[in-house]
Design a protein around this ligand. Structure first.
Ligand code: SMG
Ligand code: MG
Length: 383
């Protein structure tokens, strides 16, 4: 059933991290997040609100998008088109915006808000909408680069004690072999373990990265720059550890090409990076058909994105643990009433109508740094 967008609210929130998170592209101590609320009216005029979370970081360091840019493109380009399109449902969002290039994270946030409203109106959970059959998913944790190996091992031990079933370690040149060896030694040979370079290496680093083979990692994530597909294919032939792509995969078409070229032995699926959950499902389906294992990535989401990711990760092709950790991995307080937790290393797939969260309005208001509202005529009002 299609509905009309009555009003949109863009809300920025500031969420301090419980500890700094360092990757090969920089260190973060807090998260500046853009949330989108869309009020949809059905044919009878009743209004349902839906929420989306834009995963763009504050700087264009992970990908070209950044949160101020995402807000700008939503207000000035994406929303005017979406509102002019008439009654819509979630599946119409991407096609309606397709003539505007790029900005997958901004587009994904809009699709997500429409999807949440649509599912709430239908009384259906996201997991049921997707046809997910699992009610529990294994939880992995992403561990940042640390200044010393002792600090790193203390952090990893803490996550092992929390019950995480898989460790992912951020690496970069100068912080890789020795750290991987130390972590493998700490967690033992049987704990699933993988690394993520966030594009920090070059084609000539093949023999260096092959030194990781002896540690029996699940995968090496995005070792080379995002546009170097052939480089990843060559690396996959040179290194025994499977090569997994993250930043390089921005659409189902591009993913099919990377698989065909032998560059993508495992896929990290992040809905924001690929323009939304519906494209994420298409990539999942493609990878299942091609025999490529997939797992769900994370972008330090609040309880909104974390709930939706947990439902996505319950699809059958997600055969590896994702970066869907407890909310407390990053945040002391979440903006939802029932933050994601882990029990025996697993996260419960949300089953309530919509994407699977309810906002804690007091917490949300307390972390809000700005709010604007956009009506059907495109008038922007600061709240
Ligand atoms: O949400 O658990 C999470 C973070 C997982 O490492 C993570 N994400 O490249 O996969 C990745 C990074 C991108 C964000 S780094 C600030
Ligand atoms: Mg990654």
């Amino acid at each position: 059933m299609t509905s009309t967008i009555e009003r949109v609210e863009l809300r920025r929130i500031a969420m301090p991290l419980v500890s700094p998170f360092r990757t090969s592209f920089g260190s973060q101590t807090d998260r500046d997040i853009l949330l989108v609320r869309i009020d949809l009216a059905d044919a009878s005029g009743s209004i349902v609100e839906g929420w989306g979370e834009c995963v763009a970081l504050s700087e264009p360091s992970y990908s070209p998008e950044y949160v101020d840019g995402a807000q700008h493109v939503i207000v000035h380009h994406l929303l005017p088109r979406l509102m002019a399109a008439g009654p819509i449902e979630a599946a119409d969002v991407a096609p309606t915006l397709a003539k505007l290039h790029g900005h997958p994270m901004a587009k994904a946030a809009l699709e997500m808000a429409v999807l949440d409203a649509q599912l709430r109106a239908a009384g259906q959970s996201f997991a049921a909408f997707l046809g997910a059959q699992r009610t529990l998913i294994p939880s992995g944790v992403s561990v940042g680069i640390h200044d010393s190996t002792d600090e790193l091992l203390a952090a990893v031990q803490g996550y092992v004690d929390d019950g995480y079933v898989r460790i992912k370690l951020k690496i970069e040149p100068g912080s890789d072999i020795e750290q991987v060896a130390a972590v493998r030694d700490l967690i033992g040979p049987d704990t699933p373990f993988q690394v993520d370079a966030n594009t920090a290496y070059r084609r000539t680093d093949g023999s260096h990265l092959a030194r990781l083979d002896e540690f029996h990692l699940l995968l090496i994530e995005q070792p080379l720059p995002e546009d170097d597909i052939i480089g990843h294919a060559r690396l996959a032939a040179e290194v025994e550890t499977p090569i997994c792509l993250d930043e390089s995969l921005v659409s189902a078409t591009g993913t099919a090409d990377a698989i065909e070229l032998g560059a993508c032995e495992i896929a990290n699926i992040k809905p924001g990076r690929v323009g939304g959950y519906l494209e994420a499902v298409r990539i999942h389906d493609l990878c299942v058909a091609k025999g490529i294992p997939v797992w769900c990535g994370g972008m330090l989401e609040t309880g909104i994105g974390r709930a939706a990711n947990a439902a996505l990760a319950a699809l059958p092709g997600f055969t590896l643990p994702g970066d869907i950790s407890a909310s407390t991995r990053f945040y002391a307080r979440d903006i939802v009433t029932d933050p994601i937790t882990i029990t025996n290393g697993h996260v419960t797939v949300p089953a309530t109508a919509g994407l699977g969260f309810d906002l804690d309005c007091d917490v949300l208001d307390s972390v809000t740094t700005s709010r604007i509202s956009i009506d059907r005529r495109g008038t922007v009002t600061e709240l």
